[in-house]
Design a protein around this ligand. Structure first.
Ligand SMILES: NC(=O)c1ccc[n+]([C@@H]2O[C@H](COP(=O)([O-])OP(=O)(O)OC[C@H]3O[C@@H](n4cnc5c(N)ncnc54)[C@H](OP(=O)(O)O)[C@@H]3O)[C@@H](O)[C@H]2O)c1
Length: 294
């Protein structure tokens, strides 16, 4: 039996591998305020009370909403709390999401994050490539990463990460600055980044899996539910536990607007999985079906 959880480093900070993604705390479609502001604040406080010290956010969530909720709920911040934010996208009047990777946009986004999080320096800023919004797409990210590196030299950012990027873009970014984390889509059903996860592990770089529960398309299949029942967990818990087993450099940032789900998600840190169960989960395909190993 093996137990997931534990810690990994982002830059020079040790963080719990189970973090909290704040995106679900904004209004519908990550736009505007939450339905229940007090409930959102309670969730953030409970996430920290349950022991995580890693919160993922962005000032374009809302926009401004999740960062303002984080500062209202948690400021002054615990010493060990690592708030990771991202820049690279902007929001239209009706909630549309568009690229915002110019020098002006990135500088403004860093200052917006600082103001709304009530910080003098941002611990980690991910440069979120918007060459394509949906999936990583090739193209140079030299210009935006160079801007972030300059803001880092000015003392506004401690560490730089990359998000929604290809392996070539990770290599390009690392030629410009020290990259402490890569945040891409990765979960039990979508392992497009398998090779990148392994490469980052070899290089000692955190791989932060977004959509660990499938995002808007929850990870669900008869097989997954059946395996979850065997260990007395839910499908979501088993998917999270598998993720933490996949590689020691994987950090998961499940998002939720529910206290019950938050507690269930943190409970996966102690979920024990047998080698046989891990092998079966490893064989799951994109539809959540168990593939034969013959
Ligand atoms: N870098 C990027 O481009 C990028 C893109 C997307 C997201 N992110 C980051 O990744 C984080 C996670 O992504 P996400 O929130 O979109 O997707 P997710 O964590 O994969 O899934 C969230 C969905 O799962 C539900 N959920 C959460 N816990 C559950 C549980 N225990 N049982 C059943 N359902 C559960 C949530 O609904 P309830 O609210 O009802 O619990 C919500 O609908 C975000 O908060 C954000 O910080 C980054």
């Amino acid at each position: 039996m093996t137990t997931p959880g534990g810690t990994y480093r982002i830059g020079d900070k040790s963080v719990k591998r189970l973090g909290f993604g704040a995106m679900q705390l904004a209004g519908r479609n990550v736009f505007g305020p939450p339905k229940d502001r007090n409930a959102a604040i309670a969730i953030l406080r409970e996430a920290v009370a349950m022991g995580t010290n890693h919160i993922d956010t962005s000032d374009y969530y809302g926009p401004h909403v999740t960062n303002q909720l984080i500062s209202e709920a948690l400021y002054p911040y615990p010493n060990d709390l690592v708030i990771v934010t991202k820049v690279g996208a902007g929001r239209g009047q009706a909630g549309s999401v568009h690229p915002a990777m110019s020098r002006y946009d990135l500088t403004r986004a860093v200052h917006d994050n600082l103001r709304n999080l009530r910080l003098d320096v941002l611990e980690v800023v991910n440069m979120r490539s918007m060459i394509s919004d949906a999936t990583p797409a090739e193209g140079s990210i030299e210009e935006p990463v160079t801007v972030l590196a300059e803001l880092q030299r000015q003392g506004l950012i401690r560490h730089i990460g990359l998000s929604n990027v290809t392996p070539a873009q990770v290599a390009e970014g690392r030629r410009i600055c020290d990259v402490v984390c890569v945040q891409n889509l990765f979960n039990l059903f979508d392992r497009t980044d398998d090779a990148l996860v392994d490469q980052m592990a070899l290089d000692g770089i955190a791989y932060v899996a977004y959509w660990p529960l499938g995002g808007a398309s929850p990870l669900a299949s008869m097989e997954l539910s059946s395996l979850a029942r065997q260990v007395g967990s839910t499908a979501a818990q088993l998917a999270l536990a598998w993720l933490l087993h996949r590689s020691p450099n994987i950090l998961a940032i499940p998002g939720t607007s529910s206290l019950t789900h938050l507690r269930e998600n943190f409970a996966t840190a102690t979920l024990e999985l047998s080698p046989d169960l891990i092998r079966r989960l490893d064989r799951m395909n994109r539809a959540g079906l168990l593939q034969s190993d013959h």
